[in-house]
Write a protein that binds this ligand. Structure first.
Ligand code: PMP
Length: 408
């Protein structure tokens, strides 16, 4: 049995001791962004107070030390996701930038009018709009696979949508709105059987599941540091070396070049090719600290605690009259989207906030998905390993109070 010591874990996150509106903070908006442990906060402070200099170009001590720390962070990321080589991990601003990078470079170079990109209806806007931009630029077509009423991808339907024009499959590993965990390994194998590369959006899976990009065999994997207990403004694009190495440059500038001349410029290889300009050095180092921290807690303990929270919260919320849960997949990450009949989700969010409870309300950047369910949005409670059953009790009590206030 993994050791679950939530009280000890909570002490690692200073913000969890805050009060909001005179109540102890109950932070249930982890799918939007997770909180930061002291290990990350202190690492960033140490970097800026003792170690900062620009990387890669300096001969002086601090520059070399900062370069070492930045590249060590890349090694940590590669180890964490089990990439074959560190140069397969590109630091980006987040999942959004990572997807845009692939769309602009691989997409521009490999897609042509009439080519199809297979998505699912549960994608985040970050995994829709970059491809839509190619739709208008290159004349490619987006094909969208449906989900069941339970919010599970209809795999047979998905597979039927693969055709001779399908050039790319892009899908979320876990849905930020429904919690659904897609059977990524199986889907990737099916796509590969047709010779189609797969981009896996791991923005929501990476904080909950042990990710092994080689076992998944995805061609690209993207995630955001801030949902993984790391800083904002840093994310990762993993790509198989062969594929990344064949992609044209993204942004041009310093650090990504070998030699610049007005008669012709030559570029560096991976990973520098995709990291033009001064990168988010502190962000990368902070992200590595976050990954080390997550590993110190351990994925089995995280999974055990989150499974308990999800089961408990589902059972408790189901008791509330008029409450509907959206997303009933057999495999879910720890989040629950719900509505209460007769109450607008925004009112739910505002009332919960007055009790110090943070949830997200609205479309959660998945408007096409809610259209599928005939909704404009939901309230969403999303959990991390540091949440407790008592916090779920507080959520339920606040929702019951709100029901009495709003409904006859
Ligand atoms: N994909 C999914 C599934 C997400 O949940 C998010 C963030 N809500 C993103 C992509 C985009 O991540 P970011 O805003 O950190 O770039």
């Amino acid at each position: 049995h993994p050791e679950v010591d939530v009280a000890a874990w909570r002490k690692d996150f200073p913000i969890l001791a805050r009060e909001v509106n005179g109540k102890p903070l109950v932070y249930l908006d982890n799918a939007a962004s997770a909180q930061k442990p002291l290990a990350v906060i202190e690492r960033i402070e140490r970097y800026y107070s003792q170690e900062h200099a620009n990387i890669h170009r300096g001969v002086h001590f601090l520059s070399q030390e900062a370069t070492g720390a930045y590249e060590a962070a890349r090694e940590t990321v590669a180890r964490y996701f089990n990439a074959a080589e560190a140069r397969e991990c590109i630091f980006t601003r987040g999942a959004t930038e990572a997807i845009n990078l692939v769309a602009s470079t691989w997409g521009e170079a490999n897609l042509h009018t009439g080519d199809e990109i297979l998505l699912t209806v549960m994608e985040h806007h970050a995994n829709i709009v970059p491809w839509q931009l190619l739709e208008s630029r290159l004349g490619v077509k987006l094909v969208v696979a449906p989900v069941s009423d339970a919010g599970e991808l209809l795999i047979d339907e998905w597979e039927k949508l693969i055709g001779p024009r399908t050039k790319l499959v892009a899908l979320c590993h876990a849905s930020n709105s429904l919690g659904t965990i897609n059977p990524a390994k199986e889907l990737i194998a099916k796509a590969h059987a047709h010779g189609i590369p797969v981009l896996l959006d791991g923005a929501q899976s990476s904080a909950h599941l042990k990710i092994d990009v080689r076992d998944l065999d995805c061609d690209w994997f993207v995630c955001s540091g801030h949902k993984l207990f790391g800083p904002t403004g840093i994310g990762v694009l993993y790509g198989k070396a062969e594929l990344l190495g064949a992609m044209p440059p993204y942004q041009g500038g310093g650090d990504m070049i070998e030699r610049v001349s007005f008669s012709g410029t030559t570029f560096r290889g991976l990973p520098e090719l995709f990291e033009a300009g001064t990168p988010n050095i502190a962000g990368a180092i902070g992200l590595a600290a976050a990954l080390d921290y997550v590993e110190s807690i351990g994925h089995p303990a995280i999974a055990a605690q989150e499974a308990d929270l999800l089961a408990y919260a589902t059972a408790q919320l189901e008791q509330i009259e008029g409450l509907t849960i959206y997303g009933r997949a057999a495999r879910k990450v720890a989040l629950i989207s719900f509505n209460i009949a007769g109450i607008h989700p925004n009112d739910i969010g505002t009332m919960l906030d007055s009790d110090g409870i943070a949830v997200r309300t609205g479309h959660h950047c998945t408007m096409p998905l809610w259209e599928r369910f005939g909704l404009t949005g939901t309230a969403r409670a999303s959990f991390a390993f540091y949440n407790t059953r008592q916090e779920i009790d507080a959520l339920v009590a606040s929702l019951n109070k709100l029901r009495k206030l709003f409904l006859p």
